[in-house]
Design a protein around this ligand. Sequence first.
Ligand code: ADP
Length: 817
Amino acid sequence: MKRRSKASIGPAKARRRKAQKPKDRNTPTVRRRGSAGAGLQTELGQLRRELHDAQEQQTATADVLKVISRSTFDLEVVLKALIESAARLCHADKGSFRLATGEFFHHAASYGYSAEQDQYMDAHPVPAEGDRGSIVGRVLDEGRVVQVEDTKADPEFKLTNVPGFESIHTTLGVPLLREGRPIGVLVLMRSRVERFSEKQVELVTTFADQAVIAIENARLLSELRESLRQQTATAEVLKVISRSTFNLQTVLDTLVESVARLCEADIAAIHREKELGYQQVATYGYSQKLKEYVSGNIPLAPVRGSVVGRTVLEGKTVHVSDVLADPEYTLLEFARQAGIRTALGIPLLREEKPIGVIFLARCIVRPFTDREVELATTFADQAVIAIENVRLFDEVQARTRDLSESLEQQIATADVLKVISRSTFDLQAVLNTLVESAARLCEADSAAIHRPKGEAYRYVASYGYSREYDEYMGASPIIPGRGSVLWRAVLEGRAVQVADVLADPNYALIDAQRIGGFRTTLGVPLMREGVPIGVIMLTRNIVRPFSDKQVELVTTFADQAVIAIENVRLFDEIQDKSRELEIASQHKSQFVANMSHELRTPLAAMLGYAELMQEGIYEPLGEKSLAALTRIRSNGKHLLGLINTVLDIAKIESGQFTLNMQEYSIETVVETVRVATESLAQHKKLALRAAVTKPLPIGIGDEQRLTQVLLNLVGNAIKFTDTGEVRVTAEAVDGRFAISVVDTGPGIPEQERTRIFEQFHQVDDSNTKTKGGTGLGLAIAKQIVEMHGGRIWVDSTVGKGSTFQLELPIRAEKMIA
Ligand code: ADP
């Protein structure tokens, strides 16, 4: 195995300097050169050789150090330099390193090997135990330096059979020890029989130490790099997650890819709990075919036969080093298609319950390291956080959406209600508003309200349809049957929706659909007391069903339509009724007017005869008879007055009250009234005064009616006043007559001052009640005054008296009653 790794030089340099010191000490000095004699000669030669060797060693060591310092981060280069120097310095023909990987020691750097020999060695790793047939195996077996003087002479030795190694004789193996345990072996070989000297062994041991340091450095460095790589990757994943917090798919895709890369998995997937089981929601390294296979066959149930299922069951990490060798594993077809062997399942735990699994797998049997499992767990945590965030975010959003939707609906409903209340009696405007609002709010392209007419339903309001469609529908009532969404809603008495009318085999409004072009159709009946009185239809030109919320909203609108239709119906009913009432009341007034008139004629005759009798035209009468006739006449007059009053009111009500306009003198009117009421006042011991400011112009008006008004005012004043006086004044001011009747009676409370001019109204006071009357006099007076274009009102102080005032145009035009 040729592994490229890098190592640091720091500690190696120090170690080596230390290792070289003894050799420095042994280095011969120049002082020895001057020695003579044979012994000396031999010694000199020996020293020269040693010097040469030492120099060579120094140079070689310096070279190695240089290489090491230059290629600190390339373990292979360092090892190559080390083995070459060791071989050269120790006069070996070949040399190599074997390094431990798992259970085997693999061929690493070599010196003096042909390409074929390297290849052979690469293909034949040495087991850690039980191989005494090789120098490496023997070093490992004995745990120390081993020298075989002649491998040819060693019966256990097998290397001599290997092609290219026939000529190897003396072999040296030095263990690379880290904390007492062999992590490799340095081997030197000679093509001759010549033992490596102690010095050489010592030198090789130093080189082996250097190699250990370099390997260690490389290991640390690669670990450092690995963790740096993981950290960078994790940071990047976190960045993606934080950037796309609310795009869960992106987060999961990023997570699954990163975790697969960092943990050197060939395929990876995130499974989440769905209705059907633990379905994969993000994958890495799955071929299209595999994806199809999985989606067709695997939502994974929590069973022990799958790694994902087992992870869910156990609620903790499941690591299967070879699914094919696992007796419980049953997803063999999946394993075959994916080509996986080692598999890892990490649960996504929320509140200790698995909501999903991260699944990682390799296509060879190579278990995940603790570090990888730990890393994958971190990613699982991130996935849980991301899922949780999105869930919370979605929840918040849904709630916000709900709120804003219902707010929007409320506003819309309020708007519609406003329109309805403003145009209570314009049903068409209300229905138009309703269809438009319903269509807008429910994102419908068009909407219409249909109402029953005879057997069929007719189009009464629409929004958003083409003129062609409106015309078509106007002329084509929808006849009963399940062929229309409208009738389905009517028959079922509830909202009916068809997602796509074109896909509905029973749908029969083919022409309407062709002209209208709609697809999704909603019909909501307008229900009054459980009976449909119309239907509101909403349509979309694409297939997109209305949501429950929208259906609910349309139902609200349907209710509004029912109310509006109902209001208008009631209003029309009331109007009809009041028209009927008005006619009936006119008939009654007419009847009363006719009747009073009919009563008056015989009464007048009776009074006339009574007067003739009193005057003794027929025969002289006794005292008692005369007194009775006086009674008859006074009661008869009273009755005539009452009949006249009723007749006036009836005439006013039936619109037959008219004025007889003539020139008149207001002075005469006042005088007539004074004379007529004088005896009444005397009877009550009241002073009655009349004051007229002269000159007074001649007026135009109905003298008789004006006399009636003033008579009523003075009559009331006398009637309600018990002590004091009644005063009548008249003057002409600014083209008007101003007439007032002042009394010292009980007065009229403020709140009654306008109401006494209404028909039948009397101040609810025992005093006034006992004085009798009909409550009609002032109403008639007001009518007469206003028909003259004048006005009448009262000023009063309760307990002190009242002042009734009249203002009349001197020359009155006839006003309409
Ligand atoms: P009647 O006098 O027949 O009841 P009127 O229409 O003439 O009907 O008057 C209505 C009411 O106004 C009276 O019943 C009385 O309560 C009140 N009223 C009218 N004139 C006077 C007044 N001069 N002083 C006090 N109350 C009065």
